[in-house]
Structures are given as structure tokens and as C-alpha cells.
Ligand binder design. Sequence first.
Ligand code: VGL
Ligand code: ZN
Length: 250
Amino acid sequence: MKNVRALVLVDLQNDFLPGGALGVPDGDAVIPIANKLQRLPFDVIVATQDWHPRDHGSFAPNHRGRTPGEIVNLNGLRQVLWPVHCVQNTRGAEFAPALDVSRVDRIIHKGTDPWIDSYSTFFDNGHRKSTGLERYLKSRGVTDVYLMGLATDYCVKFSALDARLLGFNVHVIEDGCRGINLRHGDVDTALEQMRRAGAEITRSTRVLSTFKAAGLKPAVRRAVRRARRKVVITKPTKIHLRRKKAASKR
Ligand code: VGL
Ligand code: ZN
């Protein structure tokens, strides 16, 4: 069976870039990689946005006397407190200006419920509600999920683990990710956890050469894919068959 590949660009938003409210060190270095990978003939391209209401329970200022980095109990779940970040419809929540979004098929929002955080792009942290990404990917017949973005030790990690749980083949593009490393070593631990869950940890150059080895040039494959979408295949009806017969007699 043919593999159907989705590229999932995780939280490439202003607030996660250096200088942002929750800036990930060197986070801007992954934007050119995202742009380059998007030129490959992925069957589906998804971009996610951390998308919090202003009263979100993961924001330290919403807890009297608490500061970022502290842990609280939020509605029964252990919650790391963060600075206010990625508030819906603010500049911080927007995609990085240098990110090419022209090829994105679908945008997924997460973290919209004030009472529960959502690191994974599939489910909230309590696995209570889904974001709709699973249904979307399955409706497109996706078998393989290629993940890259911010941050390795939170959103990328939990997305990769959930994608494995949901039965996808998972490929994490290591050089396309950067982490927060709240504690020293968090990124390495995250990579190890993803690997143990059966995710392939790969690199963008490897992904590029895999697609090239698959044969056709990206532009050609894209054109084929576009053309195929337009062809409506209908079963021949009796009238079709009769006409065909008549035509062959002429
Ligand atoms: C994230 C911390 C808080 C992430 C989101 O996308 O990795 N990390 N909110
Ligand atoms: Zn967040």
C-alpha cells in the first residue's frame, strides 16, 4: 500500500520565536526548514497554532502569587505555569512572518479551553477532547506524519506520542525542532521518549533525499496530484457501454 504523507508544522508562532513571550532559543532557525520541506510533494500540509483565551489556566499571572516555571494543579492535572503567550488574535499568536503558509491545507488550533492545556496537536493534556486533527488526517488517508516545530520537549513530543497511539508512522525532523529545556536535558529526554514510542528521529536532508529517491521531481508530482484531484471517476453506465460498442463497429 502506498504511504500517504502529512507534514505537520507545530506552533511556528511569534511568541515561540526569540524575543517572543515564550521564546524558544534559536527557534527562528527552523523557519527556513519548514519552507523548504513544504516544497516537497507532501499529500497534506497542516500548521498548528497554540491558541489560548486570555484567561487560560496555564498563564502564571492568572494564579495569584505564582511565577512562570512553577507547577500547579489545574482541574486535576499537573500544570507548568507559563508567561502569557499565544493569546487568540494577537500578534504573538500569529505565524512567524517568514513562514510560507501558502501551501498549508489546514490550520489546527489547540489550548482553547481555559481549564486545560494542550501540548499535543491531537488531544488536550487529559485526552478528553480532540482537536479534529486525527479525523482530518484519517479522512485524507494519511499513513505517515512528519513533525517539526516548537517546542521539542512539549508540543512536538506530545504530538508525536499521540500520533503513535493513533497508529500513524511518525517521523520527527530533529533539525526542524527546537526545545525549551526548562530543565537541562529535557530535549534529549523528549527525543528518547519519542524514539522509544516508535517514532523515527530523522533530519530534513534525509527527508529531502527520500522524496527525491521516490522518483519524480516535486513540481511534477504536485502537478500530477493536482490533475488527479480534478478527474472524477464514474462507473460506466449501460448507455456508455452501448455507445462504446456502437463506436467500435463504425
Ligand atoms: C507549548 C508551552 C506552552 C508548545 C505551548 O507549543 O510547545 N509549550 N504552550
Ligand atoms: Zn501554550
